[in-house]
Design a protein around this ligand. Structure first.
Ligand code: PEP
Ligand code: MN
Length: 332
């Protein structure tokens, strides 16, 4: 359950209540927010009169639930707002991996020429083979920082494990938690302590309940800036890399208060299908898209088959605005 207490009770009392209830607690505006397990249905008598409001839940989808906050939370990605009162669908684009300075300069130039603001690029790659390119690590983060400084771009990059989470938090504007890393408690807890936006990608074998519970790890630490990203789940089908769970997206929009971003690139796994799938995603009225684009996909060091080349990406982007407008959205 979630209980609100007025700030008048003071920090010491709020901490004591949280400790007694084995609960999480953070201050938000003029109130303390205390979150226990959802199995608690009533506050102990001694705290009942102190609480200003209480919310009871069936599952541990609590802070992320619409029944707690009946609107999509606003999250700022650089100067762009998603969720809240905005009707923005932000296009986040860039290569799978940061590979070299010339490569990431070309990606940055592409984004600038198309008035896009947010550059993606992985530096710590969670590869399925130890023999594949693992990313440039800190050198890559420094290149992204350079792109931010030279081009004014907002940077999103992924954290693979807790050993470099502080580095990623320092260098990026939005922290991406990868599909294979979303259960790493070291990462989740570090992301709970910052207020930078965190984009969590759904694991390919993760239920929607487990997915939102991951978000709860971050929200319950006091970081309200969480974005959910659907990037495809594993089904019996093998012709496409994964299966984009658009039904799940509807569920998340209906029952959670978190902005939702869709990643058609990783779901499809093949560039030929990415434009159609992206248009379907826009029609879902989501808060953002994550699209992989590379100056020369044929030589990409990771996810070569699914990255769009620059002309295909430009053509795709041109086609999105009318679809967005039809569902009351604006591509930014
Ligand atoms: C990526 O964004 O490049 C990536 C590795 O994604 P995922 O974690 O969804 O596999
Ligand atoms: Mn990738």
């Amino acid at each position: 359950m979630i209980a609100h207490f007025s700030e008048n009770i003071g920090n010491e009392k709020a901490l004591a209540i949280a400790e007694d209830l084995k609960a999480f607690m953070f201050k938000e505006g003029d109130k303390y927010v205390v979150i226990t397990s959802s199995s608690m249905k009533e506050l102990p008598q001694e705290y009942k009169s102190l609480a200003t409001e209480t919310f009871v839940f069936d599952t541990d989808m609590q802070l992320s639930a619409r029944s707690y906050l009946n609107r999509t939370r606003t999250v700022k990605i650089g100067d762009v707002e998603i969720g809240g009162n905005s009707n923005n669908t932000i296009v986040i684009a860039g290569p799978c991996s940061v590979e070299s300075e010339p490569q990431i300069q070309q990606s940055s130039a592409l984004l600038k020429s198309l008035n896009l603001t947010t550059l993606r690029g992985g530096c710590y790659k969670p590869r399925t083979s130890p023999y594949s390119f693992q990313g440039l690590g800190l050198e890559g983060l420094k290149l992204l920082k350079k792109m931010k400084e030279e081009h004014g771009l907002t940077i999103i990059t992924e954290v693979r494990d807790a050993t470099h989470v502080d580095e990623v938090i320092e260098y990026s504007d939005v922290i991406q938690i990868g599909a294979k890393s979303m259960y790493d408690h070291g990462i989740l807890k570090a992301c709970a302590k910052t207020t930078k936006p965190v984009l969590i990608k759904r694991g390919f074998g993760t239920t929607l309940q487990e997915f939102v519970q991951c978000a709860e790890f971050i929200l319950s630490g006091g970081n309200p800036n969480v974005i959910l990203c659907e990037r495809g789940i594993r089904t019996f089908e093998t012709k496409t890399r994964f299966t984009l769970d658009l039904c799940g997206v509807s569920y998340l929009k209906e029952y959670t208060n978190l902005p939702v971003v869709l990643d058609p690139s990783h779901a499809m796994g093949h560039a030929y299908g990415v434009p159609d799938l992206t248009r379907a995603c826009v029609a879902m009225g989501v808060d953002g898209l994550l699209i992989e684009v590379h100056p020369d996909p044929s030589v990409a060091k990771s996810d070569a088959s699914q990255q769009l080349d620059h002309p295909s990406f430009e053509k795709l982007l041109d086609s999105l605005q009318p679809i967005a407008a039809a569902v009351g959205r604006k591509i930014v």
